[in-house]
Write a protein that binds this ligand. Structure first.
Ligand SMILES: NC(=O)c1ccc[n+]([C@@H]2O[C@H](COP(=O)([O-])OP(=O)(O)OC[C@H]3O[C@@H](n4cnc5c(N)ncnc54)[C@H](OP(=O)(O)O)[C@@H]3O)[C@@H](O)[C@H]2O)c1
Length: 328
């Protein structure tokens, strides 16, 4: 069984190794992986971690079944949850600790993985492994942001930042929900692609560094009902300005780092609900699979091109998702 291990360098690099195979134990499944996708998180992990199999998002074929597992057969096509033991219900530290491809838990940039059976979700024949492998982190996170507590309503205005994995899934899901979408990007070409996917208004945040003014202009000075902030401290103050009184901000991103001065006054004065998001449970992945969503796969790399996939993620030229194909 071949697998990649992180080398621990500042510049994400992986090296191919022959790994030890093991049979699935009690309540576990062995899965022959067919595809994986990359997330911004994988760059953060790669900077600090060594000798770990990276990447959280995998899809493949069940090849072994441990004792006590029900509902799966060898040959089933499945996608694996980001946190295989957060099936549903409240989030806990113990469930968070099961996240694949980080925190000491090997990930899916390998030909085979053994995971708790609770993490596997069957996928329909019409969904390719490459498509399924985009769902566990970015897709589930976008779903959590839009639908978890107070689902976005038809006609509400949703603000999305950039055209990476999370934001493009949020665009697709917000349109399914009947919302009006404003999306930003540094690239006019990507904004054209966002329009083709249904974005109602687009803003180039390079051409308009004060992009919150554009959001207010597009919403008659009121602001968005809901904003999905993937940027963090470098974007949050503008997102606060872009959000209406009584609106909601779903904060999950760290594209501009982890710390910075935040104008807390506008959170309270505008009575804004600011909610943190950390991916979501396997139940959400199951719901997402049922939508039949067509993920936006920007490029598929071969297994041998894994380092090129990391380079592409780092240079952020992608729209939607980057995928690595595994095996035959
Ligand atoms: N908490 C969670 O559960 C969770 C889950 C998934 C992701 N995340 C976080 O969410 C963020 C996005 O993740 P991802 O995997 O979707 O990333 P990604 O696919 O790598 O997205 C990168 C894109 O983000 C946009 N971007 C970068 N800096 C920006 C800025 N200052 N303002 C607006 N847009 C900016 C750029 O879009 P353009 O090229 O269009 O400008 C860039 O291409 C990351 O910080 C990640 O860690 C968190």
């Amino acid at each position: 069984m071949r697998r990649y291990l992180l080398t621990g360098h500042e510049q994400p690099t992986v090296t191919l190794h022959e790994g030890e195979d093991r049979n699935p134990g009690k309540r576990e499944l062995a899965i022959d992986l067919r595809a994986t996708s990359l997330n911004y998180r994988d760059l953060l992990v790669a900077k600090s971690v060594k000798d770990l199999v990276p990447l959280s998002d995998g899809a493949g074929i069940v090849s072994g079944i441990g004792a006590g597992v029900e509902g799966f057969a060898v040959g089933d096509r499945v996608v694996i949850g980001f946190m295989p033991e957060w099936v549903e219900g409240d989030f806990t530290e113990a469930k968070k600790a099961t996240a694949l491809g980080g925190g000491g838990v090997h990930g899916v940039l390998a030909e085979r993985i053994v995971v708790p059976a609770t993490g596997a979700v069957r996928i329909p024949d019409a969904m390719t492994f490459e498509e399924a492998a985009t769902l566990p982190c970015a897709g589930v996170t976008a779903w959590s942001a839009l639908f978890e507590r107070r689902p976005v309503q038809p006609g509400e205005t949703v603000l999305l930042l950039g055209t990476g994995g999370v934001s493009i899934f949020a665009l697709q899901l917000a349109k399914i929900a009947g919302a009006r979408v404003i999306i930003t990007s540094s690239s006019d070409d990507k904004l054209d692609r966002a329009r083709a996917l249904g974005a109602d208004h687009v803003i180039n945040y390079r051409a308009h560094p004060e992009w919150h003014d554009e959001v207010l202009r597009l919403t008659d000075g009121v602001g968005a009902d809901l904003a999905v902030d993937v940027g963090g401290p470098g974007t949050l103050n503008r997102t606060l300005k872009s959000t209406r009184f009584g609106g909601r901000i779903l904060l999950m991103g760290v594209l501009t780092g982890f710390e910075g001065p935040i104008e807390t006054g506008s959170i309270l004065e505008k009575r804004i609900t600011l909610q943190g998001i950390y991916v979501g449970p396997v139940a959400t992945l199951r719901a997402l699979v049922r939508t039949g969503i067509a993920p936006q796969v920007d490029h598929v790399f071969s297994f041998e091109e894994a380092n090129a996939a990391f380079d592409a993620l780092r240079s952020a030229g992608h729209f939607g998702k980057l995928v690595v194909k595994i095996g035959r």
